[in-house]
Write a protein that binds this ligand. Sequence first.
Ligand SMILES: [Zn+2]
Ligand SMILES: [Zn+2]
Length: 375
Amino acid sequence: MPDLYDLLDVAPEATGDEIKRAYRRKAREHHPDAGGDEETFKKVTHAYQVLSDPEKRVRYDRLGDDGTPGTRGGDPFGGFGGGGGFGGIGDVIDAFFGSSFGGGGAGGPRRTQPGRDVLVPLELDLEDVATGVQRPVEIEVAVGCDTCEGAGSASGAAATRCDTCGGAGQVQRVVRTAFGQMATASPCPRCDGGGRTVDDPCDDCGGEGRRVERRTLTVDIPPGVDDGDRLRVTGAGEAGRRGAPSGDLYVELRIAPHEVFERVGHDLVADVTVPFTQAALGGSITVPTLVDDEAEVAVPAGSQPGDVLTVRRAGLRDRSGRPRGDLRLRLSVEVPTGLAGEQRELVERLAELRGEHLDASGRGLFTRLRGAFQR
Ligand SMILES: [Zn+2]
Ligand SMILES: [Zn+2]
């Protein structure tokens, strides 16, 4: 099974935006409508679905595709040889205990732990989805401490080796697993895996080198987003401890229902009502559209309730750059009430001309159904 990063031609550390751009390029190249190979298109799309979802991507990085260990070549944790069908045992350990398993030997603190990712919800209107929009997002997040400039110490002195773990950043434990007892490592509780502590913690951040602050960021929302989509703002998450890299910010989109328009994929659907004379005789109606002002739509003579009129390209864009969807109008027909005088006479005359008897028994009305009851 090919590596999903290879399928998209991106590096394993590619950002969400890079993955999106790579997918657009590949999707255009392989789209069956453009003469591409459907199998390749499906594979590329699958790769994007996995790598564009932060949770799925983390899982893939650890376990490979579909949660199957060892399907990813060149796994950075494959320190135990890794070649066999079940993947390297390092992968399995890693899946159980997180990426802190160092394999013993050389020791030394593990990689600097970056700050955590932050997830915030953001509500949008359907109009925002149609046009794309910039929105301020307020988050409460750890940022680098100004007082100690991220060092964590009041004097500005560098952190020194942690006494608890001797600077290794991790403590050894023996754990029982499906494979028997194994020595494994977990982050040191005192230095939180960093391997270093400060003697004179900064008053403003308590030695963390970061503190919580309220921040407002402007997020660019492209047109065509879906309910539940997550946008990633690289490096806008929690600051790392004492100058370690920041996590990412994910903005999860919620799209509020619209009073008039219902979204069906990239199409919009709305109900319109016309008088029965117009349905019978035909004509045209002017309807509001979501973003452009309005559209004129022909109502064919003899239109029936439930018929659908289509305004091409008055729907939504999508994120892959395909043409806009359509606006579909479900037709209702209004039957006049309170007919009297000349109006009533005219309709009675119409019924007469069409041979529609107002007091007729219901016999003829079921003609089409009768066959269904006779066995
Ligand atoms: Zn500080
Ligand atoms: Zn320690």
